[in-house]
Design a protein around this ligand. Structure first.
Ligand code: MG
Length: 248
């Protein structure tokens, strides 16, 4: 079932989204050489808890940390660890906050030191594809219009889209209907109506789209070892167009 939120509920939800966005921004400011992903997770946890919110991911299906932190060929769901960041790494940080009965969810892939030019292009294209998708999130369009806009942007730049993991509705639950695939046909899927709140989150690979899951049963990584990027925003579909809620 797709839940539609009132303006008042979206206002409440924007508070959770602001906290998630602030946690993400702060994590990005600490993505430096020598930093461990566990230290980043602690920074995120402290910030979220200090606002009176809860980290949405902590304990979700048994996830052991406040944020998913995925480096280089790790696509999503990386578990924070003692691994130190090095120059040339890219770090996907995915963080959610739960506040006043609502969730906010966002992700960004940060670079550390000097990165390869192809990896730089990967970050640019993945971020651009997210905004191409958001641009289509208007009343009267269909989910497929968002999906197709993302796919077109990624594929014309020679990269590939992960198909096994997708965006989602979000609200009182972290994952609600509908699913928002990052590939698909324009004009297909559920119609977008005012008051829907969705998380759009393209996951894009430099090489093959095929991914595998590590023995830890969480970390998703590319099968060919090439780098992958992930960007995400929570947005509201309003009469005035898409509104990005995960803003600081
Ligand atoms: Mg999400």
């Amino acid at each position: 079932m797709i839940t539609v939120k009132t303006k008042k509920e979206i206002q409440r939800m924007s508070n959770a989204c602001n906290i998630a966005a602030l946690a993400l921004k702060t994590a990005g400011e600490h993505c430096e050489i020598g930093m461990t992903t566990l230290e980043l997770d602690n920074i995120i946890n402290k910030l979220i808890v200090s606002t009176g919110a809860k980290p949405s991911f902590l304990g979700y299906a048994g996830f052991p940390a406040s944020a998913c932190i995925s480096i280089n060929d790790e696509v999503i769901h990386g578990i924070p660890s003692k691994r130190k960041l090095s120059s040339g790494d890219i770090v996907g940080v995915d963080v959610g906050a739960y506040y006043d009965d609502f969730h906010g969810d966002n992700a960004y892939t940060f670079s550390v030191g000097d990165i390869d030019s192809e990896v730089d292009k990967l970050l640019d294209v993945t971020k651009k594809s997210l905004f191409e998708g958001i641009r289509m999130a208007v009343v009267g369009n269909r989910i497929g219009d968002i999906s197709n806009a993302i796919q077109m942007c990624v594929e014309k730049n020679g990269f590939s889209i992960v198909e096994e993991y997708v965006g989602h509705g979000i609200g009182k639950k972290l994952h609600e209907m509908p699913q928002i695939p990052n590939f698909g046909l324009s004009g297909k899927g559920p119609r977008l109506i005012e008051g829907m709140t969705i998380a759009i989150e393209p996951m894009v690979n430099i090489g093959s789209r095929i991914v595998k899951v590590d023995k830890d049963s969480w970390t998703v990584r590319t099968s060919d070892g090439k780098f992958s990027a992930h960007f995400e925003n929570t947005i509201a579909i309003t009469a005035d167009g898409p509104v990005i809620l995960t803003k600081v």
